[in-house]
Design a protein around this ligand. Structure first.
Ligand SMILES: NC(=O)c1ccc[n+]([C@@H]2O[C@H](COP(=O)([O-])OP(=O)(O)OC[C@H]3O[C@@H](n4cnc5c(N)ncnc54)[C@H](OP(=O)(O)O)[C@@H]3O)[C@@H](O)[C@H]2O)c1
Length: 206
């Protein structure tokens, strides 16, 4: 988990609850996030970012996009990277890199992290809700999360993790389609079961 702010620790916590081994890092030393890890994410190992990434199968990137321009792309080269980030100018300020609205923010993230495989998910649910809305597979009240990517194998791998965490998944077959998960899109901040989620994204995509 790269990012130990609002959403990073919650994603880490639900991943640990689902049985995954999680390391967590922010922009500085592990000592700086030791208390956050201990209190908010018991069981997660605080590390330097490079060490956290090194032995990870999946890296979740949950840093503000106004910090992305200085993020070291080599750090996550050859990794499967979950992009949980949103471009939100009121919070991020105007970031030239993300202003070209013909591209989804994840396409821009992918272009810059050219040696990584990007999958977009977890960005469209608030950090409080992520923990509350988990349900076991088969529960009638189970909500869905969108999982978007250009690489079907990577989408599949991430969708399996999301399922284990406690959500149905609706797969979108490109990072371009991941635009449907962005702020202003039909499912951003929504709490939808799979059928309604599918309807919402298909209606907008049509
Ligand atoms: N808040 C939500 O409910 C929510 C839900 C889903 C998605 N998101 C998205 O997730 C992203 C993060 O949001 P947030 O609210 O969690 O932000 P935040 O509270 O500002 O936390 C940002 C975290 O990123 C770390 N960071 C910054 N640069 C880094 C780097 N180069 N390497 C590793 N860590 C770095 C910061 O560490 P330092 O303090 O050490 O710099 C901090 O721990 C945003 O794009 C947001 O849109 C948010």
């Amino acid at each position: 988990m790269l990012g130990a702010g609002h959403v990073g620790p919650v994603i880490a916590r639900v991943a640990i609850a689902a049985g995954f081994h999680v390391t967590i890092a922010a922009s500085g030393s592990p000592e700086r996030i030791a208390l956050i890890a201990q209190v908010l994410v018991p069981g997660a190992e605080p590390r330097w970012a490079a060490d956290a990434v090194d032995d990870s199968d999946i890296v979740v990137l949950a840093i503000p996009l106004h910090k992305f321009a200085t993020f070291d792309a080599d750090l996550v080269a050859d990794k499967l990277v979950v992009d949980a980030m949103n471009y939100w100018p009121p919070v991020d300020g105007v970031q030239e890199m993300f202003e070209d609205r013909q591209y989804s923010s994840s396409e821009i993230v992918q272009r810059r992290l050219a040696r990584s495989t990007i999958v977009k998910t977890l960005n469209h649910i608030g950090y409080h809700d992520l923990e509350d809305w988990r349900r076991p597979a088969g529960s009638p009240a189970r909500r869905a999360l969108g999982v978007a990517g250009d690489d079907p194998g990577a989408v599949e791998a991430v969708a399996e993790v999301i399922d284990q965490v406690g959500y149905d998944t609706v797969r979108l077959d490109s990072l371009r389609a991941g635009r449907l998960l962005e702020p202003g899109g039909p499912v951003f901040g929504a709490s939808l079961r799979r059928a309604d989620f599918e309807l919402a994204v298909r209606a907008r995509a049509a």
